[in-house]
Design a protein around this ligand. Structure first.
Ligand SMILES: [Fe+2]
Length: 244
């Protein structure tokens, strides 16, 4: 994993066939953990499991794996255009994410992030998959980003192979305030049962360099496919927005 602030070295090829790129975000400016603590009524995000009465709701299959009370609170809040969560997200995209790709004029980005909540003894995502597979149908050329809202490591983290078909699965070991760009588009990834005593929480979203997006949109399936959870099409105005 490369930790670099040398933006010039990150040319487009690196992004399309990336090393994993580690970045930090300023938690005082983009206080996602604090906002979510307030929203969920918690002292610490990694203690969320203490407020849960049934683990079952966290272990559902594709399309139903984001249905807990906490997921609902998150998605309803981030959809409100003037909520602190939403305005922080918008400014994070413009001032941080876009700057990570400063050599492109505009970046296509997943409009709203997904939240992953991985409680002890639970799974955040049940199926091992890559995002471009038959079940998920994400377009080729997307780059994934995972942003740690709690420390994440070992079995409470996301495991991924280093290259497609490599099968050398390892967990992301990240601290709160770190994010990683990585290839979840064609690398298999998934969860293990969380045997730690802490809940992991993270945001994930995808970025799409415009050139790759244009290829996707002009393909025969470009505007047909949609997300497994919400049925949102992979086009600007639905799943994506453009950030300048
Ligand atoms: Fe995925």
């Amino acid at each position: 994993m490369i930790n670099t602030s040398d933006k010039k070295s990150e040319n487009l090829n690196n992004i399309l066939f990336p090393h994993e790129i580690l970045k930090n975000y300023d938690q005082s400016k983009y206080s996602f953990p604090q906002i979510l603590q307030d929203l969920f009524g918690l002292n610490k995000l990694d203690q969320l499991h203490e407020k849960i009465y049934s683990e079952e709701i966290f272990n559902r299959d594709l399309g139903k794996d984001s249905a807990s009370k906490f997921h609902n609170i998150f998605y309803s809040e981030i959809k409100k255009k003037d909520s602190k969560l939403r305005t922080t997200w918008e400014s994070f995209l413009t001032n941080e994410v876009k700057n990570h790709f400063s050599y492109v004029d505009s970046l296509i980005v997943q409009k709203l992030p997904s939240i992953r909540i991985h409680i002890p003894n639970g799974l955040a995502i049940k199926r091992w998959h890559c995002d471009s597979d038959e079940d998920h149908k994400h377009p080729l050329g997307e780059l994934n980003c995972i942003l740690a809202l709690t420390d994440m490591h070992d079995t409470n983290s996301l495991w991924r192979e280093s290259k497609p078909n490599e099968a050398d699965f390892k967990p992301f070991n990240l601290k709160t305030g770190e994010l990683v760009y990585w290839n979840g588009n064609t690398c298999i990834h998934g969860n293990k049962i969380n045997t730690t005593a802490k809940t992991r929480m993270s945001l994930d979203f995808r970025v799409f360099p415009r050139e790759q997006y244009e290829k996707h949109i002009s393909s025969t399936t470009g505007i047909e496919y949609s997300t497994a959870t919400m049925g949102t099409r992979f086009i600007i105005g639905e799943y994506y927005k453009e950030v300048f």
